[in-house]
Design a protein. Structure first.
Length: 412
């Protein structure tokens, strides 16, 4: 089996995902990804025609993000028409899955040079644009497996784990503090590139737009829990509130769900794109490409779909087992901060030192461009392993529908 080597990783800054307010909201998502692809090619000096596939994660595949955004972005980037592109959706794990699929082609020996990445313009294609909800409005499936909105699942996890509002706010404040320090010290600079207006060539965004480094536990405490009203909603034809449906499945949570998540301790809505170049060891050596890391193992795992967001634990355990490693062997972790309760639970379950997790902040501070986040985290992880002269890292994300994904890398 061939090794899959990470040659380089790039990403756009994350722009606020609000129409006409975020700096990237005027840029078509194909153009966001096209600029990312060209940055990756320019930095590595590859022959673009040698890329055998561009695998792209995108969650809301509708309107401007429909029609196979991977292929259209390759064309928008001006790459040779022989380079193919495929778009996938594994919800929040899509960017990580794209890298894993790109690496699988290389490790199998069927491909030598691939790109894995993701894109999401949440200002131009908001969540829900593809309609159908988590279950695609399939009433027969809904009778078998009822899935509540993710925010209620996150609050259910917090309730079961005993995470208080203070716990999640303190975690969020620390995420903001770490991200603020990372921005100030230039820790993201290696992967970042300035996004330009494709018509004028003017730079529209050079750094992440979402972080609020002055955030405190006290300021976070002023925010309302956002899923209280949603939890009190009664789905059509059910007669029970969403909270009651969740509690019926998890009676150990008690008589009510503690709604602790707010806009300040949940992931931010942003626009962004990211890409990672993956090569076989033989191709890299033959073409003088200097690798930065190798992929040691990758895994997905499913979990109960109502609580939905608990699978980073089993996915990480499966990836660790495949690599012959324990959690203690991982130097740095990137656990996506979809909601504060997710990394808190994963750290508790796996016995991870918080000082090894999301050391430069996470999606609470930086934002979560759904299809791109996994690829952005991979670049952040490679950069930070190099900066600290450490060796191993693990990226993991919770995923809608009760799934998790994990990838372990090792520096070369």
């Amino acid at each position: 089996m061939h090794e899959a080597w990470i040659i380089d990783a790039v990403r756009t800054p994350r722009g606020r995902g609000k129409k006409d307010k975020g700096a990237l909201s005027g840029i078509h998502p194909q153009e966001l990804l096209a600029q990312t692809l060209n940055q990756l090619a320019d930095r590595t000096g590859i022959n673009k025609g040698d890329v055998e596939d561009v695998v792209v994660g995108c969650v809301s595949q509708a309107e401007e993000q429909g029609a196979n955004i991977a292929r259209n972005s390759v064309l928008a980037a001006g790459w040779p028409q022989e380079v193919t592109g495929v778009t996938l959706n594994r919800f929040c794990g899509s960017g990580c899955q794209a890298i894993n699929f790109a690496a699988t082609g290389v490790m199998s020996g069927q491909q030598d040079l691939t790109v894995g990445g993701g894109v999401e313009s949440m200002s131009r294609v908001p969540m829900g644009t593809d309609r159908g909800g988590m279950d695609g409005d399939n009433l027969h499936l809904r009778d078998k497996v009822f899935q509540v909105p993710q925010g209620i699942s996150a609050d259910l996890i917090a309730t079961l784990e005993g995470f208080t509002r203070d716990d999640v706010d303190r975690y969020a404040a620390e995420s903001q503090r770490r991200a603020g320090e990372a921005v100030a010290q230039g820790y993201f600079a290696k992967s970042l590139f300035p996004v330009k207006d494709p018509s004028t060539g003017d730079v529209v965004l050079e750094k992440d737009e979402h972080p609020r480094p002055g955030t405190t536990v006290e300021s976070l405490g002023q925010l309302d829990a956002v899923f209280v009203k949603m939890g009190a909603m009664v789905p059509n034809g059910n007669g029970m509130t969403l909270d009651q449906i969740a509690l019926e499945r998890y009676p150990e949570a008690g008589n009510h769900i503690q709604h602790v998540h707010t806009a300040g301790n949940s992931s931010g809505i942003v626009d962004g794109a990211a890409a990672v170049l993956v090569a076989s060891d033989t191709y890299a050596k033959a073409h003088g490409l200097t690798p930065r890391a190798r992929i040691r193992s990758m895994a997905t795992a499913g979990a109960e779909p109502l609580i939905m967001l608990t699978a980073p634990t089993p996915a990480s355990q499966r990836a660790l087992e495949k690599a012959g490693m324990d959690a203690a062997d991982i130097d740095l972790w990137e656990i996506n901060e979809a909601f504060a309760a997710i990394p808190l639970q994963t750290m508790r379950n796996l016995g991870i030192d918080p000082e090894r997790v999301n050391v430069n902040g996470g999606a609470i501070a930086l934002g979560h461009p759904l299809g791109a986040t996994g690829a952005a985290l991979m670049g952040t992880l490679v950069d930070e392993l190099e900066r600290r002269d450490l060796n191993t890292g693990l990226v993991t994300l919770c995923i809608g529908g009760g799934m998790g994904i994990a990838t372990i890398i090792e520096r070369i």
